[in-house]
Every structure is written in structure tokens, then in C-alpha cells.
Design a protein. Structure first.
Length: 55
């Protein structure tokens, strides 16, 4: 799937589902057959020891 299309799908999901969790986002990736696993991480810019998501 096209990366930009996947961004649109995720943004629509978040707009339509209050308090979207990272697990829900992973589920959307899997439902769409999008390969999302890798060496990336989402961390806090203010606190180096806070990691929100790794994958």
C-alpha cells in the first residue's frame, strides 16, 4: 500500500475514534496489510526515559 494512503487511513481513524491507542493503530496497519514494524521509536522530546512506542 502507498505510504501516503496509509497516512490518510490512520488520520481518518484517529478523527473518528477518540483516544486512539497505539494498539488500535497497529491493528489498522495489520488490517490494511501495511508493514509497519522496524527500528523506529516514538519518544518524549522532554524526557529521555519516556518511550511511547517502539516498533
Amino acid at each position: 500500500m502507498n505510504r501516503n494512503r496509509m497516512k490518510q487511513i490512520i488520520l481518518e481513524y484517529i478523527k473518528n475514534n477518540d483516544s486512539t491507542s497505539f494498539v488500535e493503530i497497529e491493528n489498522v496497519f495489520e488490517e490494511q496489510g501495511f508493514k509497519y514494524k522496524g527500528n523506529g521509536a516514538y519518544t518524549s522530546g522532554n524526557h529521555k526515559n519516556i518511550i511511547f512506542w517502539v516498533g
